[in-house]
Every structure is written in structure tokens, then in C-alpha cells.
Design a protein around this ligand. Structure first.
Ligand code: TRP
Length: 334
């Protein structure tokens, strides 16, 4: 609890180009939750170097992501928006938690297996202990809730296991976090293969709508979106392409699938795709404009970065000192 509010932690990596899936699935949920909770929204750059990065590119993307959090509507005076690398407590707690995590547990992580297969030339220890760093992120702020995608659930479970194990030995040190899985737009699928999640690292640019795509590009990608030969706008599992477009349309227009079915009853896919494209354009436009404005205001963003790193550090140190004492590190002499 901070000032009578429960604590929320979440983070995103600044790798790849953010898609409308990240926006509708994650950022919009963050916005909804930001009044109710004391929120920490991190740009998790420590996680990013588990795969090779170009340094200049990483720095640029990380800044863009942090700016985007604000452009999307998160008030940086109320929400702690910061770089993970600016708070050394993440790495410090991560080390301690490493000593309370079993190889066998980490071996079971499906994301590790996937990433190890994908980066066979660089299966480093950081990639293996990635979930422990994630546990440190969450536990460092005594987080109560963590909005995550389904693909991160296993990491949240191991976080809970590590916290419970630690608490069983040392008493009530960590708050045990609960996952928060959003309903609307929880899973936006690829426009080219609607059986696959829309991904920021998809090789086919037509598969994803990027947050910074201009209106013409957005309209063109929706026109090319893979559908089916049924010819009816119906919200059914058997029509995954149309199902996905309805999900996107609903998330962008606050409509319900039944209303959309009615609206396009007897109409063709062409009309429907145009409507979906327009709804996405209108949702993204204000975010893009605000992003462009903020990006130019270097002093303002720098101020936010500094202030919020200090705030995050303050809370991180509180937990870290407690943990260090519990495991037997000596008090610092001041
Ligand atoms: N691993 C998450 C992802 O790639 C990002 C992340 C890092 C995170 N630390 C976190 C998400 C803590 C939630 C809580 O999506």
C-alpha cells in the first residue's frame, strides 16, 4: 500500500515496433487502472539485453516507449513512469532472488525454451534468469496487481512461488501479487494469420498495425487483412479473421460484437474493413499527435525521467533494505 492505494507494476520492452495489440491489450488497460492503483510503469531495458541489441537503437526505442506511455494518456505526475536501468534495486534484488530460485523451475519456462530455440547462438544466463528479474521488478514495489498478457502468466506464477518461499523463511517480507488479465482487446491477432498473435517482431509488416502507422497505411493493411469466403460479418470461432477484426473494432469504438453483427448485416467485407480501419485511425490519431508534441519537448521528458527515477528508487530502497537485513547483510555505516 502506498498512500492508502494498492500498488500496480507493469512493464514493456522497447524492442520491436509497438503494435495496436500492445496498445489495445496493454496500454488501454493501464490507463483504466491508473486511478485506482499507485502505478509503476517501467521501460524494462535490463530485460532487453538478454538478446543482443544495438546500443543507440535501444536507447532511442526506450525513450520513444517512455514518451509513448505519456502520449497514450498516463499522467507521469500520478504514475511512476521510469527506466528500469535507473533503479539499481532491480538488479540487486534480482541477485538475491536468484539464490531462492531453482534451476528446475527456470527450466520449465516456456518462453525460455522458445527464446533459446530462436537465439541458439546466444543462450546466455540472463535469458535463463529473466523470470527472476521480472520477479524482482514486481516484488521490489510490494505490488498487489500486475497486468500481464497470457504469455507472461507463467512468469507471474514463478514470482508468486519465489515470494512465498522467501516469506516462509523470513516472515512477511513480500506482498504476493495477483495477475490482472484485461478483457477487451486482450488478444489481438495477426492480420495475415489470425491464428497467431499480432506481434511487434513479425517479419511481415502487413500482419501488424504499428502505433505510428499513418492513416493510409492503416487503411491499406486492413483492406489486405486475411478473412474467409463466408461473406458474413459474424462473431464466430469459425471465422478467425473476421472475429479478430470485430475485436479490434469493438476495442476502438466501445461497441459490442452483437451490435457490430447488426451494423454490418447484409454488408460486404469491404465496407466492414473500411469501418474497422477508420475506427483505428481515430483512436491512434490523438496518441500520435501527442507523441510528436512530447518528443520535441526534451526538457519536459528529461524532468519526468529524473523525478520518476527518484520516486521509484525511494520505494525500491525501502524493500531492498528490508530484504538485505533479512538475509544477513550488515547494516551500512553512515
Ligand atoms: N517480460 C514482460 C514482457 O516481455 C515485460 C516485463 C518485465 C514485465 N518485467 C515485468 C511485465 C514485470 C509485468 C511485470 O512482456
Amino acid at each position: 500500500m502506498i498512500d492508502g492505494k494498492k500498488v500496480l507494476f507493469s512493464g514493456m520492452q522497447a524492442t520491436g515496433t509497438l503494435t495496436i495489440g500492445n496498445y489495445l491489450g496493454a496500454l488501454q488497460n493501464w490507463l483504466k487502472l491508473s486511478d485506482e492503483y499507485e502505478c509503476f510503469y517501467s521501460v524494462v531495458d535490463l530485460h532487453s539485453i538478454t538478446v543482443r541489441q544495438d546500443p543507440a537503437e535501444l536507447r532511442k526505442r526506450a525513450r520513444a516507449l517512455l514518451t509513448l506511455y505519456i502520449a497514450a494518456g498516463l499522467d507521469p505526475k500520478k504514475n511512476c513512469i521510469y527506466y528500469q536501468s535507473h533503479v539499481s534495486g532491480h538488479a540487486e534484488l534480482s541477485w538475491i532472488l536468484n539464490c531462492f530460485t531453482y534451476m528446475g523451475e527456470l527450466n520449465r519456462m516456456t518462453q525460455f525454451k522458445d527464446k533459446a530455440a530462436k537465439h541458439a547462438d546466444n543462450i546466455n544466463a540472463g535469458l535463463f534468469t529473466y523470470p527472476v528479474l521480472m520477479a524482482a521488478d514486481i516484488l521490489l514495489y510490494q505490488s498487489d496487481v500486475v497486468p500481464v498478457g497470457i504469455d507472461q502468466m507463467q512468469h507471474l506464477e514463478i514470482t508468486r512461488d519465489i515470494a512465498q518461499r522467501f516469506n516462509a523463511i523470513y516472515g512477511d517480507v513480500f506482498t504476493i501479487p495477483e495477475p490482472y488479465i484485461g478483457k477487451v482487446g486482450a488478444k489481438i491477432m495477426s492480420l495475415q494469420d489470425p491464428e497467431k498473435k499480432m506481434s511487434k517482431s513479425d517479419e511481415n509488416p502487413n500482419a501488424s498495425i504499428y502505433l505510428m502507422d499513418d492513416p493510409d497505411t492503416i487503411m491499406r493493411k486492413f483492406k489486405r487483412a486475411v478473412t474467409d469466403s463466408e461473406g458474413a460479418v459474424r462473431y464466430r470461432e469459425e471465422q478467425p479473421g473476421i472475429h479478430n477484426l470485430i475485436d479490434i473494432y469493438c476495442a476502438c469504438s466501445n461497441k459490442k460484437p452483437e451490435e457490430v453483427e447488426k451494423e454490418f448485416d447484409g454488408k460486404g467485407y469491404g465496407d466492414f474493413k473500411t469501418a474497422v480501419g477508420e475506427s483505428v485511425v481515430s483512436v491512434l490519431k490523438p496518441v500520435q499527435e501527442e507523441f510528436a508534441r512530447l518528443e520535441k519537448d526534451k526538457a519536459y521528458i528529461d524532468g519526468i525521467i529524473k523525478e520518476n527515477a527518484e520516486k521509484a528508487n525511494y520505494f525500491a530502497q525501502k524493500t531492498l533494505r528490508k530484504v538485505q537485513k533479512k538475509v544477513g547483510f550488515p547494516e551500512k555505516i553512515r
